[in-house]
Ligand binder design. Structure first.
Ligand SMILES: Nc1ncnc2c1ncn2[C@@H]1O[C@H](COP(=O)(O)OP(=O)(O)OP(=O)(O)O)[C@@H](O)[C@H]1O
Ligand SMILES: [Mg+2]
Length: 507
C-alpha cells in the first residue's frame, strides 16, 4: 500500500531529486498532498484522477496521502502529475512497483492521460544520468532531451505508453542522441558591412577576448548591423558550455534547438525591458535576459533609453558572472557570464559630430543624455568606438568587402586558443594572473600613468586597458604586450575623453 517514485524539481538551473511517496490507507476516500506543493501541484490531484479514469485505470477509493520529499524544497508546475499517477497505480497494485524504482519520471497530464511538456527537462535528464537512473519524459520535450540523451532516456506521449513500458508489454525505444550541428550557417556575415574598419576591428577584439564593447554614432551607420554579426565571429561553444546554455533555455521554457547547438546565444532585449526581465526573477523565478545570454552576447541597443535603474542592476552580474535572486525563503543563482555589446547615439537628436547634418541639441541636453550612463557602468566597457558616417563611395562600392566572418573567426579562434591554454579568457583575467600576463613593461607603464592622469582613468579602466592590450598581443601572436598594443587599447577609450571634456557628465 506504499509506493515510491523518483522525480526531480526545478531550482534555478538545477534539478534536485524529489521522492514521491504514496500511501493508501483505509478510511473515507480523500487525497492530500504534503511537502510544500504550490498551486499547480495541489491541482495535480484533479488532473491525475481524470487522467487515470480516462485511461481505463481504477482510481482507488481509499485515503491517499502523497508526500513530496524533501519537504523544505518548493515544488511547482505540473511536472509531478506523472510520478503521482504512477505512484497511485503502483500503490494500488495496478503497476509493478519494483521496476519503478529504477526510473525517474516527470510530465504534466491532460485529463485524457496525454503527456504535456514541462520546463527544465534537460537539467533533469543530465541529473538522472548522474544518479544512474533511467528517465521517462513527455515526447514534446524529446528534442531538448535528445541533446543529452544516451540509451537511458525514454519519451512517451500518453500515460498508457508509460505503463506499457513499465509492464514490458510494449517497450519504448530509447531516445537517440542527436547528431549535433555546428554554427548556424544563417548567421549574418561581416562582409555585408561596408567600410567601418575601426568598429570592425573593435568587434574582432571584443570577440577574441570576450570584452564589453560600446559603439556610438549617428543613426543608420551600422551599429545594430555590426552587433548582430558578433555571434558569427565568436568561436563555437564547447559541448560543456553548450549544454549549460541549453539548460538555462530549457528552464526558461524556450525552445532548445539542435541547429543552434554550440552557437553562442545572442539576446537583444528592448530598451523598455524591466529589471526583472533583464536579470530574472518573478514569483516563480525565471532566468532573465542576462542568463539567457550566458556564454554569449547581450546586445543593448539605444543604451541611454534604458531605465537608469535597470542598467544599474547589470553592474554586479557584469563582474561576477552570475545573478543571485533572493526570495523570502530561498536564494537562487542563475549563471550570467555574458559579454555586453551596446550601441548609442552621441546625443538625443543623434547627429552630434555628423559631417553634414547639424545637431539640434543644447549642451545641457547632451550632458543629460550621456549622464544616463553612470560612470561605473561606462567603466565596465573595455572598448568604446565611434561608428562614423561612411561616404557614398564606400557604401556603393561594387566589389564585396574583402574580409568576411569566416576569416575573422579563424583569427579569433587562434587568439582564444592561447587564452584557453592560459586558463582564462582575457576579459576575465584578474588578480595575480592579470599582473602576470598583462605586464606593460617600463615604457608601457610610463605611457599608462600619463594616460591615467590625463583621462582620469579608474583602476578598473586601467585593468581593462591592460586586458584589451593582452588580446591585441594574442591576435598578433605576440608573447609580450608592447607599446603599440597599449596605444591601440587606449585608442578604444573614446568616451573617457568625451566624459572628461563634459564636466558632470558622469555624475
Ligand atoms: N556600413 C554599412 N554597410 C552596409 N549597410 C549599412 C551600413 N550602415 C548602415 N547600413 C544599412 O543601414 C541599415 C541601418 O543600419 P543599423 O540599423 O545598423 O544602424 P544603426 O547605426 O543601428 O542606427 P540607429 O542609431 O538608428 O539605431 C542597415 O540595415 C543597412 O541596410
Ligand atoms: Mg540601431
Amino acid at each position: 500500500m506504499l509506493a515510491t517514485v523518483h522525480t526531480r524539481a526545478r531550482l534555478g538551473v538545477g534539478a534536485p531529486a524529489v521522492t514521491v511517496e504514496i500511501h493508501l490507507s483505509n478510511g473515507l476516500p480523500a487525497l492530500s498532498i504534503v511537502g510544500l506543493p504550490e498551486t499547480a501541484v495541489r491541482e495535480s490531484k484533479d488532473r491525475v484522477r481524470s487522467a487515470l479514469l480516462n485511461a481505463g485505470f481504477e482510481f482507488p477509493a481509499k485515503r491517499i496521502t502523497i508526500n513530496l520529499a524533501p519537504a523544505d524544497l518548493p515544488k511547482e508546475g505540473g511536472r509531478f502529475d506523472l510520478p503521482i499517477a504512477l505512484g497511485i497505480l503502483a500503490a494500488s497494485g495496478q503497476l509493478p512497483s519494483e521496476r519503478l524504482t529504477r526510473f525517474e519520471c516527470l510530465g504534466e497530464l491532460s485529463l485524457d492521460g496525454a503527456l504535456r511538456p514541462v520546463r527544465g527537462v534537460l537539467p533533469a535528464v543530465i541529473a538522472a544520468r548522474e544518479a544512474q537512473r533511467q528517465i521517462l519524459i513527455p515526447d514534446s520535450n524529446a528534442a531538448e532531451a535528445s541533446l543529452a540523451a544516451g540509451d537511458d532516456v525514454f519519451a512517451a506521449g500518453h500515460l498508457l505508453a508509460v505503463c506499457a513500458h513499465l509492464t514490458d508489454t510494449e517497450r519504448l525505444c530509447p531516445l537517440r542522441p542527436e547528431a549535433l550541428t555546428h554554427v548556424d550557417p544563417q548567421a549574418p556575415d561581416l562582409a555585408d558591412v561596408r567600410g567601418q574598419h575601426v568598429p570592425k576591428r573593435a568587434l574582432e577584439i571584443a570577440a577574441a577576448g570576450g570584452h564589453n564593447l560600446l559603439m556610438f554614432g549617428p543613426p543608420g551607420t551600422g551599429k545594430s548591423m555590426l552587433a548582430s554579426r558578433l555571434p558569427g565571429i565568436l568561436p563555437p561553444l564547447t559541448d560543456e558550455d553548450a549544454l549549460e546554455v541549453a539548460s538555462v533555455h530549457s528552464v526558461a521554457g524556450l525552445p532548445v534547438r539542435n541547429g543552434h547547438w554550440r552557437r553562442p546565444p545572442y539576446r537583444a532585449p528592448h530598451h523598455t525591458a524591466s529589471a526583472v526581465a533583464l536579470v530574472g526573477g518573478g514569483s516563480s523565478p525565471r532566468p532573465g535576459e542576462i542568463s539567457l545570454a550566458h556564454r554569449g552576447v547581450l546586445f543593448l541597443d539605444e543604451l541611454p533609453e534604458f531605465d537608469r535603474k535597470v542598467l544599474e542592476v547589470l553592474r554586479e552580474p557584469m563582474e561576477s558572472g552570475e545573478i543571485v535572486i533572493s526570495r523570502a525563503a530561498r536564494q537562487l543563482t542563475f549563471p550570467a557570464r555574458f559579454q555586453v555589446i551596446a550601441a548609442m547615439n552621441p546625443c538625443p537628436c543623434g547627429y552630434r559630430g555628423h559631417p553634414t547634418i547639424e545637431c539640434q541639441c543644447t549642451p545641457q541636453q547632451v550632458m543629460r543624455y550621456q549622464a544616463k550612463l553612470s560612470g561605473p557602468l561606462l567603466d565596465r566597457f573595455d572598448l568604446h568606438v565611434e561608428v562614423p558616417v561612411q561616404s557614398s563611395d564606400v557604401l556603393m562600392k561594387r566589389t564585396a568587402e574583402p574580409v568576411g566572418s569566416d576569416e575573422v573567426r579563424a583569427r579569433v579562434e587562434a587568439a582564444r586558443a592561447v587564452q584557453v591554454a592560459r586558463g582564462s579568457i582575457n576579459a576575465q583575467l584578474c588578480g595575480t594572473d592579470l599582473h602576470h600576463y598583462c605586464q606593460p613593461g617600463d615604457e608601457g607603464e610610463a605611457l599608462l600613468s600619463r594616460a591615467m592622469e590625463r583621462l582620469g582613468l579608474s583602476a578598473r579602466a586601467l585593468h581593462r586597458i591592460l586586458r584589451v592590450a593582452r588580446t591585441l598581443a594574442d591576435l598578433a601572436g605576440a608573447e609580450a604586450i608592447d607599446r603599440t598594443h597599449l596605444v591601440e587599447a587606449l585608442g578604444y577609450r573614446k568616451l573617457d575623453r568625451l566624459q572628461s571634456r563634459i564636466p558632470g557628465a558622469t555624475a
